[in-house]
Design a protein around this ligand. Structure first.
Ligand SMILES: Nc1nc2c(ncn2[C@@H]2O[C@H](COP(=O)(O)OP(=O)(O)OP(=O)(O)O)[C@@H](O)[C@H]2O)c(=O)[nH]1
Length: 837
């Protein structure tokens, strides 16, 4: 690895006097080489301390640092001051009732384990669960979808294999770092000598300041790094970040399809048990259905439009055909393109490809397999609605609308809760519930029948792989609602990001049964990650559904304990108490959800049920929004695009982000900058024509004069006169999460904005800012970003040709929010401050 020795020569360590009160300060104090060492040692230290309690990350890192990276010594010292964990003993603070509940839960768990181990009662859901737990995949849905697509596209699969054979991202990275001659041992030695040189340097510089022990090389047991699997060619080659992004995706695709195959084999071998042929046929039918449900994230919906979109998408041209056609039509006469845009005053747009950078221009020249960017004409004069409405009167008569996402750890009961809610408010009928009950009983999991209300469209799941945001609408006496279901499994966090980006409110489902909250709340659980995402993505209110309270006999102590823990966590995140509601409920039995009375034992909670609270919030948000709906320009996020029956027609499904719109108005789609005419606005589960669509509504826009092949998921649609740029580089204010490794200039990332995602990298670390007052710069010269720091950084999107329409946070509070992930983990979230155009 390149040594930053010379760079450090004029760096005054005395200026940087240590203020090591917390992990962030320590990480900031360390230089890059020390970081590298820490990143190597810390996970090993954590593993060595699993049987001990009373330590935290800071304590461990400080010990390693103080012992000058002698891990053995640090561990001896740490263990001396720590207690060993007591494994099975119930915590002494538990009340008698809680202990009873815990015993019951354990007994239940044992009996269900026994049942599920019995060969002829293998539950599909448990095998599925086992499948996901045993072989967690770090793939995003996009990668899975691309993988599926690649099966349909032999030419692309070839490319995949070709790139893959030149090595995984990790292989290529490690090769770039280690020269071909460098063995792990020599690499370790060079790091060793680096560290000793560095320590010596520090020692010289530290003269006069409190003495710091210099590590002797033989006190530094740095084991050689485990060799990553080598690629076939074994060549060492410099890798650009563009390559890395692609390699990551492509590697992921092939590996995933391989593991999917294995999992399917595993499933099939498990399911073949002693059954009579009829039963076996029924079970394999259900298994197929279940696999369809769970093979790809496609939450069920009662939204007819989404179903139609799914099948329409399936019948579309293959992406290859789209590319070929696009090439054929590339650079066609602009007048011919614009002919379709009837009755609109036109002006030339700026060229779609950035021409400023000559090198990029050269790189951006389309090759045989790349889509060609076409230039459209853009309307400058708005058109009038077909049947104009009086907006104030319309708003006064319209029921308030609220969209919400259900988040929480895997198995927290999210789907069951929503299934119960939809059933109780009358959005699904008895017949369906009876059918689902029969089906779920057949595979020994009758308790899942309510969850399957959300997971019912197996056929579309199989086909509609291009639809990844699904919604369910329902209505009460006073409000209308859209539910966005978020998958709890960590593989689907990108989908959760897309889901959470669309809503005003998050319902956080907490499994209150004994021990379950704790496991969902630990570092790797999704309770924290989802909540941080909700907070970062601008959700305005969190309703904590304290779910499965029936399993602890509605014991108030359990409710209060969990509330206490979560309140601390919310406070740390800066969520105000008035932004959080707490509702004890049971999705399975229905109390606390809509209007079912609580059992006699529950006398301590007198507040609203989940639906009542949603109604209250919807009323108050809606009342505040009248002004915005009337005054703000129309903006719309596209979740799905379907070509229409005629060549120049298209159907766009998505959410109105601001303002309002009616049929007859002209809008421009970004980034293609094509102006289209809205012929119809459709809303609700039955997609009935609506007079207008307002901020927050999930609607379908039927449009004319469109080139559907150039409109994509994630595109933004705006009223005439509102310009949206597609920046490749931008400055953002981000809060980092708990990081295993620091973020450095050049760190490769995945960038997420709503349903857009793209490989990116940290271009520059600009400054650290105060969490309480972000306008206050704490430090300017930063070389790396550690955990829980708020910073201003520059980000560069890597795929130059996939333009993403960008808005800053001052332009739109929802669309200006971003999330950054790395290797399947969310590492930071924040807001776009400026676009570097
Ligand atoms: N006792 C009890 N069990 C529940 C309740 N809600 C759900 N369950 C059970 O918890 C298990 C998981 O429920 P799901 O609704 O599938 O959980 P989920 O959060 O949607 O799961 P993922 O989508 O996989 O994250 C099922 O066995 C349910 O029957 C409840 O209120 N009480």
């Amino acid at each position: 690895m390149a040594v930053g020795y010379d760079d450090d020569a004029d760096y005054s360590y005395e200026d940087d006097a240590p203020e090591l009160q917390d992990e962030a300060a320590l990480e900031d104090y360390m230089n890059d080489e020390e970081y590298e060492l820490m990143c190597d040692m810390f996970p090993r230290a954590k593993e060595a301390l699993t049987e001990y309690q009373g330590w935290d990350n800071f304590k461990v890192k400080l010990a390693i640092f103080d012992h000058e990276f002698n891990l053995d010594e640090a561990l001896i010292e740490l263990k001396r001051g720590l207690k060993k964990k007591k494994s099975e003993e119930p915590p002494s603070k538990m009340s008698a009732l809680e202990q009873l509940a815990r015993r019951r839960a354990l007994a239940f768990k044992k009996s269900s384990v026994a049942a599920s181990n019995s060969p002829d009662k293998v539950s599909l859901l448990s095998t599925q669960q086992q499948k996901t737990e045993e072989q967690p995949s770090k793939l995003s849905l996009a990668a899975r979808l691309t993988s599926l697509q690649s099966k349909r596209e032999p030419r692309r699969s070839e490319n995949t294999l070709k790139v893959n054979s030149s090595g995984s991202l990790i292989d290529r990275l490690s090769k770039t770092r280690n020269s071909p001659q460098e063995t792990p041992e020599t690499a370790a030695n060079s790091r060793l000598s680096l560290y000793s040189k560095l320590s010596a340097l520090r020692k010289t510089k530290d003269e006069g300041s409190p003495p710091r022990k210099t590590a002797s090389p033989d006190l530094l047991p740095i084991p050689p790094k485990a060799e990553k699997p080598r690629n076939i060619s074994g060549e060492s080659k410099a890798v650009s970040f563009e390559d890395l992004g692609e390699a990551f995706n492509l590697q992921a695709q092939t590996e995933h399809s391989r593991s999917e195959e294995n999992m399917n084999n595993l499933e099939i071998s498990k399911i073949v048990t002693k059954r009579d042929p009829q039963e076996e046929a029924a079970v394999s039918r259900l298994k197929r259905k279940h696999d369809e449900i769970h093979s790809t994230y496609y939450p069920g919906t009662n939204n007819q439009a989404a179903k139609k979109h799914a099948s329409a998408n399936f019948q579309r041209q293959s992406p290859d055909d789209v590319v070929l056609e696009a090439q054929k039509r590339a650079f066609e006469d602009v007048a011919k393109v614009s002919k379709g845009v009837e009755a609109i005053t036109l002006e030339n747009t700026t060229p779609a490809i950035d021409e400023a950078d000559e090198t990029d221009k050269e790189n951006d020249r389309p090759t045989a397999n790349e889509p060609v960017v076409r230039i459209y004409k853009k309307a400058t004069v708005p058109t009038k609605p077909k049947s104009p409405i009086d907006l104030d009167t319309f708003l006064n008569h319209k029921k308030p609308h609220l969209s919400f996402v259900v988040i929480g750890h895997v198995d927290a009961g999210k789907s069951t809760l929503m299934g119960r809610l939809l059933y109780d408010v009358g959005a699904v009928d008895n017949k369906l519930i009876r059918k689902l009950k029969r089906e779920s009983e057949m595979i020994g999991k009758s308790s899942f029948h309510l969850a399957w209300v959300m997971d019912q469209t197996a056929e579309e799941r199989n086909r509609g792989v291009t639809v990844d945001i699904c919604t369910s609408d329902f209505e009460t006496k006073d409000s209308t609602f859209t539910i966005v279901d978020a998958p709890g499994h960590r593989d689907f966090v990108p989908n959760a990001i897309a889901g959470v980006s669309q809503v005003d409110v998050a319902v956080l489902s907490i499994d209150c049964s004994t021990g379950a909250f704790e496991s969902g709340f630990n570092l790797d659980g999704q309770t924290k990650e989802h909540t941080i995402l909700a907070r970062s993505l601008g959700v305005r209110h969190i309703i904590v559904a304290m779910n499965k309270m029936d399993s602890v006999d509605w014991y108030e102590g359990r409710f209060l304990d969990i509330k206490f823990e979560l309140t601390n966590f919310f406070e740390d995140m800066g969520v105000k108490s008035e932004q959080v509601s707490w509702i004890p409920c049971s999705g399975l039995s229905g109390e606390g959800v809509f209007d079912k009375e609580y059992p006699i034992g529950q006398t301590w909670y007198k507040g609203p049920t989940l639906v009542q609270r949603l109604e209250q919030i919807s009323q108050s948000l809606y009342n505040n929004e009248h002004r915005e709906i009337v005054e703000k320009p129309f903006l719309f996020s596209t979740f799905d695009v379907t070509p229409g029956s005629k060549p120049n027609e298209a159907t766009l499904f998505g959410r109105v982000e601001s303002g309002h719109i009616q049929a007859g108005e002209t809008v421009t789609v970004y980034p293609s900058e094509q102006s289209v005419l809205i012929t119809q606005v459709l809303a609700g589960n039955n997609q009935a024509p609506a007079a207008a669509a307002m901020k927050g509504d999930f609607v379908t826009l039927k449009v004319r004069n469109a080139f559907a092949e150039d409109i994509n998921k994630g595109d933004l649609v705006a009223v005439v006169g509102y310009d949206i740029k597609s920046a490749q580089e931008f400055t953002a204010q981000v809060l980092t999460f708990n990081l295993d490794r620091p973020l450095l200039p050049g760190t490769p990332l995945m960038f997420f904005r709503g349903s857009n995602e793209q490989p990116a990298r940290v271009k520059r670390l600009i400054s650290l800012v105060d969490k309480a007052d972000p306008s206050k710069v704490i430090k300017k010269k930063i070389r790396h970003l550690g955990s829980n720091q708020l910073a201003i950084i520059e980000i560069e999107l890597i795929e130059k040709k996939r333009r993403i329409p960008m808005l800053t946070i001052s332009e739109n509070k929802q669309l200006g929010r971003i999330v950054l992930r790395k290797e399947g983990r969310t590492v930071a979230a924040g807001v776009v401050k400026t676009l570097d155009l």
